[in-house]
Ligand binder design. Structure first.
Ligand code: AMP
Ligand code: GLY
Length: 412
């Protein structure tokens, strides 16, 4: 079997590793891939969705899995389906649940999905006027895709006004900020739940804790994710029942009624408050770094699970009775400004965890950093203590200039 995996982060490496256990797979292409995927398959330097479609036809790709949001929102699944290529991911229409925060907020409101109260604005003047009467903190979101940077928690009126000016007038995220969502600030802890969709039903995985802030103790700016732990010990069975009843089941209902059925992954970004569990956002894909801890825990064969979904069959997900931890090692300065091009050494000294490259590529025999999140260390254990000891010990010999990581991942 020949596969194409679209993506280049640690998530693509985790997919590569899980899929490499499947002896039926004879070839894996990664677009554009990284230093890990290059060793497990073939990297192709292509991101254009039409070029990828043509590549898949020419190279007899039998299944495509799409990692990142941008090609999904652009309609890669629709393009592949037009020519009968098998692909796992949401249609362009369903991907709008991630690509447009105003669309997803309206969807949540229409189907009684528990979410923060919010108002959508197309007019800067009206948004500014609205802000004058609000209490702070308040959350301001660019409606479109902004690479995970389009959400600002404004602590006072001045910051809020500056933010809407940046989004709507200065257009720091281009068209993504033409429309904004202003919503109430929710206090609590976050959890990520990723589910497989077979077009009819959703099959949730175990909850994951993603560490979003750059600094120890959840300080500093938001990032793409500094580490993850699963199953999240904070998210109890009670929270899970609340999630099923007030978020997942009404979502299934809404997907059907709005003609948004799809076969792919859906990610629920949750905030657990003292008033229950709220949905902050949908991502219509696997999370990064959530995937890095979910896939090693998943007992099912991934291709079988995906094919069951594509064929509309029932799914029974099974997870190992273990704890999984992922530590993300970043370039100095991430997420604000960072430099790349530094050589990564010491990978051969990693003993008890799995090293997955993310923003790192081969230059000849050397591996050099190419992004903000450079590599991941992933380990399983009978306890979080055991798993975190493995990743932190293995992080010591792995070295590149100005690299850093959080010290408190999976410290419960
Ligand atoms: P989103 O892309 O909507 O998930 O927002 C990114 C991050 O901003 C979330 O993971 C939260 O950390 C934070 N956030 C978003 N919405 C809210 C909210 N209503 N209250 C508090 N924090 C939020
Ligand atoms: N870890 C959050 C995301 O993948 O968007």
């Amino acid at each position: 079997m020949r596969l194409l995996i679209v993506g280049n982060g640690g998530r693509a490496s985790a997919l590569a590793l899980k899929l490499s256990e499947d002896s039926r797979i004879t070839k894996m292409f990664f677009a554009p891939g990284n230093a890990t995927t290059e060793k497990l398959g073939e990297n192709i330097h292509e991101t254009d969705i039409i070029a990828l479609r043509d590549f898949a036809i020419k190279n007899k790709v039998e299944l495509t899995i799409v990692g990142p949001e941008a090609p999904l929102v652009e309609g890669i699944v629709d393009e592949f389906k037009k020519v009968d290529l098998k692909v796992f991911g949401p249609t362009k229409k369903a991907a709008s649940l991630e690509g447009s925060k105003s669309f997803s907020k309206k969807f949540m409101q229409n189907y009684g999905i528990k979410t923060a109260n919010a108002t959508v604005f197309d007019s800067y003047v009206e948004a500014k006027e609205y802000l004058q009467k609000q209490k702070f903190p308040l959350v301001i979101k660019a409606s479109g895709l902004a690479g995970g940077k389009g959400v600002v928690i404004a602590d006072d009126l001045e910051e809020a006004e500056g933010t809407i000016h940046d989004f709507m007038i200065k257009r720091i995220f281009g068209d993504a900020g033409i429309q904004i969502v202003i919503e109430e600030y929710l206090q609590g802890f976050e959890a990520s739940i990723i589910a497989f969709s077979n077009g009819e039903k959703l099959y949730p995985c175990v909850p994951v804790k993603d560490y979003k802030k750059a600094g120890n103790g959840d300080t500093g700016p938001n990032t793409g994710g500094m580490g993850s732990a699963a199953p999240s010990p904070e998210f109890t069975d009670e929270h899970f029942q609340d999630f099923l009843q007030n978020i997942m089941n009404p979502t299934v209902d809404g997907l059907k009624k709005e003609g948004l059925r799809f076969k792919g992954f859906i990610f629920f970004g949750l905030m657990v408050t003292k008033n229950g569990t709220y949905l902050l956002e949908y991502n219509m894909r696997l999370g990064d770094p959530e995937t890095q801890v979910l896939l090693p825990l998943l007992e099912n064969n991934l291709v079988d699970a995906i094919e069951d979904c594509l064929n509309g069959r029932e799914l029974e997900l099974r997870f190992k009775d273990k704890k999984a931890v992922c530590l993300v090692v970043c370039s100095g300065g991430y997420p604000k400004n960072h430099e790349t091009g530094y050589e990564i050494t010491g990978a051969e000294k990693v003993k008890n965890s799995q090293l997955l490259y993310a923003g790192a590529d081969y230059r000849g025999d050397r591996v050099v950093s190419t992004g903000g999140r450079v590599l991941n260390l992933v380990a399983l254990g009978d306890s979080f203590e055991e798993a975190r000891k493995k990743v932190y010990e293995d992080a010591v010999p792995v070295d590149f200039d100005y690299g850093f990581y959080r010290e408190d991942i999976a410290k419960f």
